[in-house]
Design a protein. Sequence first.
Length: 75
Amino acid sequence: MSMTEQVQEVLDKLRPYIQRDGGDVELMGVDEGIVKVRLLGACGSCPSSTITLKAGIERALMEEVPGVKSVEQVF
């Protein structure tokens, strides 16, 4: 399984929690361990989106997918 597939699998597990708050996350790509995602819906304009991105999504990806270095938000 490629890193991109592994990242997508983790995002799919997190998606219900993000959607519960009216948002969503879309994988834009993985480049040399840097995961690029776009936060959609309520997450796009939420002041807590940076916390969601770093404390939630990035932490989960770094724990579950070897080689992930960081997560960046794409606008």
